[in-house]
Design a protein around this ligand. Structure first.
Ligand code: LLP
Length: 446
């Protein structure tokens, strides 16, 4: 492959339009006049103002991806609940909520983020494997669309807390359908060996139990089998099982009127990804498998909405000639984007300044400054010939990027920036070193 194969593609696309068609999906990060832009803003302009590294998101891409899901479920009573765990900045939540999005939250913190951003509680779904007593208090006081219950002990505690508040909490039970999602082991959740949900074989028993608890009101069924699914078949299998279960539970007398079908639709992380299913194809599977049940449908996509709506932009610190390999040492590290270290994830890395056609590229190991060999973003990657100070962008970094960052090696959390057409705003500033350090407090004996 030529070193600049990827950017040549962009060159063709860039001069023609403001969006980049990528495996059927689009984003708004394209080269114009030889410089990578986020919508109408050249990335070097943002870098000059906020410094590197930083995350940058495109409003147009976020909105487009949300609408693709919304339209995919056209004709069905539905709510697209954005899985906030993928990226939970207030500005991102507000952007999506303004389009009518609901939110899928998995902690008291995410719940408060949604409420603070102005999302009405009747559009907030509370998921998660281990909801605590204080989280239950919080969501019952503040209001919630439904709680997706994951175990019987949790169901019993939720009942007690609900009765204490004198209310009935709407619930679904998360069913583990024992379906192989065919994704990375760390993000597969729908097999019986995974910690999530209740085995489908026990569903009738558990629903009977739930029905006996006066503080709970059964409204439906929940299922989520994993993340970054690149094939629709596992979804179809799981949803078919949920459709069968809906009939059975209705015969048992339960009022199943809502199906929460989870998230998980994958995105193309690289050129070599085969053509992936689009939200429309996914919507067709939903219609085919559960459309006849007359249920209200909820889905919880995270990655597909925000993944390709975000870049991580970093500067080259040094080019180091190793033995038989060149290291491109950049100022972003595993603490800023942990996906390659944690899931062997591939992120396309592109130079912000577009290489000229015919430019001779170079092969690099792209690494960060953290003191671990795992702090490697890419091995033997064909890139442009880069130098100290050059900017590079990691594509598809919007989902599970900023939210999974840490301050390991005492590297402050990096800023997040949101672009809308020709405007941009810092939506989370970089803390100063003092701010980072002053979060520690000393015991009296020191
Ligand atoms: N609903 C539930 C109950 C979930 O557990 C998840 C993701 C989603 C929805 C959203 O799934 P998505 O549409 O984003 O695939 N950190 C990993 C991904 C972890 C996903 C966890 N659950 C990564 O960087 O790949």
């Amino acid at each position: 492959m030529s070193a600049q194969g990827f950017s040549l593609f962009d060159l063709c696309a860039s001069s023609l339009s403001k969006t980049r068609e990528f495996e059927g999906k689009m984003d708004h990060f394209i080269y114009r006049q030889g410089v990578l832009h986020a919508e109408d803003v050249p990335l070097p302009v943002i870098a000059a103002q906020v410094g590197t590294p930083f995350y940058v998101y495109s409003t147009a891409t976020l909105e487009r991806h949300f609408r693709l899901f919304d339209e995919a479920l056209d004709g069905m009573d539905h709510l697209v609940c954005y899985a906030m765990k993928a990226a939970s900045n207030q500005a991102i939540i507000k952007t999506l909520a303004a389009l009518g999005a609901g939110m899928d939250v998995v902690s008291g913190g995410e719940y408060m983020r949604a409420v603070t951003a102005g999302v009405p509680p009747e559009r907030i779904v509370f998921s998660g494997v281990g909801k605590t007593h204080s989280e239950m208090n919080m969501i019952i006081s503040g209001g919630v669309r439904q709680v997706n219950v994951e175990s019987e002990p949790e169901m019993e505690l939720l009942n007690i807390v609900a009765l204490k508040h004198g209310v009935q909490v709407p619930i679904t039970v998360r069913i583990n359908p024992d379906v192989d999602a065919k994704t990375h082991a760390k993000i597969a959740t729908g097999k019986s060996e995974n910690k999530f949900g209740i085995p489908i074989s026990r569903a009738r028993e558990v629903y009977a139990h739930a029905a006996s608890l006066k503080g709970l009101k059964i409204v439906g069924i929940d299922v989520h089998i994993g993340s970054q699914l690149t094939d629709l078949e596992p979804f179809a299998l799981a949803y078919r099982k949920i459709a069968e279960l809906t009939h059975i539970l209705r015969e048992d007398g339960h009022d199943i009127k809502r199906l929460d079908l989870g998230g998980g639709l994958g995105i193309p992380y690289s050129r070599s990804n085969e053509t992936l299913p689009l939200p429309k194809d996914y919507g067709d599977v939903i219609k085919r498998e559960v459309g006849h049940l007359g249920c209200e449908i909820e889905i919880e996509p995270g990655r597909l909405i925000v993944g390709n709506a975000g870049l991580l932009v970093s500067s080259v610190i040094y080019v180091k000639e190793g033995e038989g390999r060149n290291f491109l040492i950049v100022d972003a590290a595993m603490n800023d984007l942990i996906r390659p270290a944690m899931y062997e994830a591939h992120h396309e890395i592109v130079p912000v300044k577009e290489p000229l056609v015919g430019h001779e590229g170079r092969t690099y190991d792209v690494v960060g400054p953290v003191c671990e060999s795992g702090d490697t973003f890419a091995k033997e990657r064909d890139l442009a010939n880069l130098h100290d100070g050059d900017l590079v962008a990691f594509r598809s970094a919007g989902a599970y990027g900023a939210v999974m960052a840490s301050e390991y090696n005492s590297r402050p959390l990096i800023p997040e920036v949101l672009v809308k057409e020709d405007q941009f705003a810092v939506i989370r500033p970089r803390p100063t070193l003092d701010e980072m350090i002053n979060r520690d407090t000393l015991p009296i004996w020191l």
